[in-house]
Design a protein around this ligand. Sequence first.
Ligand SMILES: [Zn+2]
Ligand SMILES: [Zn+2]
Length: 142
Amino acid sequence: MTEKPFATGRCLCGAVSFSVAAPPLLMVQCHCTDCQRISGGGHLSIARFKSDGVTISGETKTHIVTADSGNTVTRRFCPTCGSRLFSESSGRPGVIGIVAGAVDDNAWFEPEMVIFKRSQPLWDITVDDVPCYDTLPPPTPT
Ligand SMILES: [Zn+2]
Ligand SMILES: [Zn+2]
């Protein structure tokens, strides 16, 4: 018996697919300039999940940067169609970010936080009735 996953998704060409067992830990909209370059738009909508509930099939390529925070951010994309799918940060072990747009049925996505508001373009309107941060939210004790 396999339980029905919370969500499934794939890249544009279908070479990379994934399933997610449980609902997200957090949903964010990120206006950082990296996300703007990646998306070609004004932000990325990202849902963060526990990594151990996410199953990925297909090969991905990685692009690794050191963020302003000093954390190592690893972004994974499909080498065939270029869809950018996953991100992980050394500051958030055990957590994986998945872009909402790659999820088959993403109607559940509802941003709980807007980050890097300082670089939000005026032409890219996102929600403002949730906590908004110029950069990242202050660290929360865990
Ligand atoms: Zn692809
Ligand atoms: Zn970003």
